[in-house]
Design a protein around this ligand. Structure first.
Ligand code: NI
Length: 249
């Protein structure tokens, strides 16, 4: 069940069955010459929608699709929030949901660069209760963050599909997930070298010098829609288990 495809009476009824919601969260940033700029936001959205397609007891919220991507800003199309902006926006998203009675907010993340900031946002939100005498009037809120590749068995499958050239940015596994969902957007591009260099991540200009085509350590030329389907099906199945454990407390 999806928030954006529901009407308010359906959400009112849902809240009598469950207080939980999954919010896909990612980034809008370059993913090399053949990876989609939306990759990090699309992957958790694709997996979450696959998991909840026919399940009226799982609600998928809107995708938080611009994250912390300052290091990609030397490539056209990339967009970023400052960490302080992202904390403020996450605070308002979660507080909006809590206003209606949601108590358990599960963020399914597609971008490693978001992790520190999302955890800082959680601390900021928990502080609302902790700094209010008796915790205020609202029910206890719980939040969690899960990277989609850390769902049970998913990273092992990715490494099995791509034993070499997996890398850490514009990986063949994330590109495959988007190619499965959007075959019309598959790109052909020459990748030279085949496996991209690795190194530290700093500012945007330094990044573009170290990683001229945007990839880090990866060969996304290996990505196929068929591999993407395998990853999505396993991740969606494991997401249901992980989310339900959290939602049931
Ligand atoms: Ni990515």
């Amino acid at each position: 069940m999806r928030l954006h495809l529901s009407a308010w009476p359906e959400i009112e009824a849902y809240l009598t069955r469950s207080k939980g919601i999954i919010v896909p969260i990612g980034s809008t940033e370059q993913h090399g010459p053949n990876g989609l700029i939306g990759t990090d936001a699309l992957c958790p959205e694709i997996i979450a929608n696959h998991a909840a397609a026919d399940d009226d007891d799982i609600l998928i919220g809107p995708t938080f699709n611009v994250g912390c991507a300052q290091h990609h800003m030397a490539f056209p199309g990339s967009m970023t929030l400052r960490p302080s902006t992202m904390i403020a926006v996450l605070h308002d998203w979660v507080t909006s949901l809590a206003r209606h009675g949601f108590e358990r907010v599960y963020f399914l993340n597609g971008h490693g660069g978001n992790v520190a900031t999302v955890n800082a946002a959680f601390s900021e939100i928990y502080a609302d209760d902790s700094l209010t005498p008796q915790g205020g009037n609202r029910p206890q809120l719980s939040m969690m963050l899960r990277n989609w590749w850390e769902l049970d068995g998913v990273f092992a499958l990715c490494k099995k599909l791509y034993p070499t050239g997996h890398g850490s940015h514009a990986t063949p596994s994330e590109v495959a997930v988007t190619y499965f969902a959007y075959p019309q957007a598959i790109k052909e591009a020459a990748l030279d070298p085949e496996i991209a260099p690795s190194g530290p991540i700093r500012g945007a200009e330094d990044y573009r010098k170290r990683f001229p085509d945007g990839r880090i350590g990866s060969n996304p030329g290996l990505a196929t829609p068929e591999d993407g389907q395998k990853i999505v099906e396993l991740a969606a199945k494991k997401l249901v288990v992980d989310y339900k454990k959290f939602a049931d407390g």
